[in-house]
Design a protein around this ligand. Structure first.
Ligand SMILES: CC(C)(COP(=O)(O)OP(=O)(O)OC[C@H]1O[C@@H](n2cnc3c(N)ncnc32)[C@H](O)[C@@H]1OP(=O)(O)O)[C@@H](O)C(=O)NCCC(=O)NCCS
Length: 336
């Protein structure tokens, strides 16, 4: 058996089964539209492939392949991102998922990719057996001080991210990326694709999918950083916090100050946004005196994520040391 690019009818067969598992609160027709739209975004037309494995002309297994660009020390690497690996229920336990992964990795190896990456929702051992190595991953939470005097501070109005923010975000991100050990290169089309997916869910999901909010840092009237956040109940989730060091300090202060003023209980996020707090992992580390105002912040709490765990397989020796970086700097929006 060899992998083949899926026809839309093959994809519908797969979506019929994956609906229960992966549809984020969408109706069946919306779930199909959501995938169809993604595949037809300008970025995806070039960088998104849907592979299937067939037995007796029937789809038994499927896997998406995204082509992303990893930036490191001023060099760019073409990486194959595997996602949505799925074996039809009746076909499980026959080695099909292992086979499709081996074949997609081989396809990448033979087509000038420099490595492959995936974000595991299952026991990473399965992918380790196939040659992937796990980066560290963690969910962090920081309880915000409660019942303390709220300052005169006027919380900022919530601003939702729009497609018109993309050029500014790209320019801030590109400067910031140069200061990072590594990360995904982002083009405007790529970011529009990512934000479009989020927006579709916020507009259609019955799960009250939150819209992404954006906060900018400014120095002398110029935007030097941004934070992407979303809120669920009393939690403020920080998805990205990007910019110069001064900008990031400003953003952490703004987020904390706003969150306290809005009576939020907790800041949450993944490992990549906690880099600023490393080592020590206390919010005081990044906040200026004005923001802490003598308040005490509990240390951050961490737990190992059971899903979305980044795993990498480099094809080049020079990429072997990527595993040395902790916390893993790949941002949440770049998860595939
Ligand atoms: C995970 C999945 C793709 C495996 O497909 P498969 O074709 O049965 O896999 P293979 O036959 O190549 O390998 C079987 C092995 O996968 C491993 N495996 C299966 N499900 C697993 C899970 N949830 N967690 C960890 N390992 C798992 C087991 O080691 C299994 O070996 P066993 O049968 O001896 O127990 C399939 O169960 C599936 O589609 N699950 C739902 C979607 C999903 O979770 N995809 C992965 C997203 S990261």
């Amino acid at each position: 058996m060899t992998i083949a690019l899926a026809e839309w009818s093959d994809i519908l067969t797969v979506l019929h089964e994956t609906y229960d598992l992966w549809s984020p609160g969408l109706r069946k027709d919306e779930y199909q539209e959501y995938i169809w739209r993604q595949m037809n975004e300008p970025w995806a037309r070039r960088n998104y492939k849907f592979f299937v494995l067939k037995k007796d002309a029937k789809v038994v297994c499927s896997c998406k392949l995204y082509t992303v660009s990893l930036s490191r020390k001023g060099k760019r690497y073409q990486i194959g991102g595997l996602g949505a690996i799925y074996t039809m229920k009746k076909a499980r336990g026959n080695g099909y998922a292992s086979e499709i992964i081996r074949e997609v990795v081989e396809y990448c190896f033979n087509n000038s990719y420099d490595g492959t990456i995936l974000f595991s929702d299952i026991d990473p051992l399965f992918y380790e057996r196939l040659g992937f190595i796990e980066f560290g991953s963690a969910d962090f939470g920081a309880h915000l001080p409660k019942n303390q005097l709220i300052s005169e501070y006027e919380p900022h109005a919530v601003t939702y991210v729009e497609a018109s923010d993309v050029p500014e975000m790209i320019s801030i991100y590109a400067k910031w990326l140069r200061t990072q050990p590594f990360g995904f290169h982002r083009s405007e089309l790529y970011l529009k694709y990512k934000l479009g997916r989020e927006r579709y869910l916020a507009d259609h999901s019955t799960l009250a999918w939150p819209r992404l909010e954006i906060t900018y840092a400014e120095e002398n009237g110029t935007k030097t950083g941004y934070a992407l956040t979303e809120r669920g109940g009393h939690n403020l989730r920080v998805l990205e916090l990007v910019g110069s060091e001064q900008a990031r300090r400003q953003l952490w202060s703004k987020l904390v100050e706003n969150a306290i003023a809005q009576r939020m209980h907790k800041l949450r996020g993944w490992e990549s946004v906690a880099t600023d707090l490393f080592p020590g992992f206390r919010l005081e580390k990044i906040l200026n005196d004005e923001s802490t105002q003598g308040r005490t912040f509990a240390p951050l709490t961490y737990s190992q994520r059971t899903w979305g765990r980044p795993m990498f397989m480099p094809f080049l020796d020079e990429l072997d040391d990527l595993f040395e970086y902790f916390p893993c700097p790949i941002l949440e929006l770049d998860h595939l």
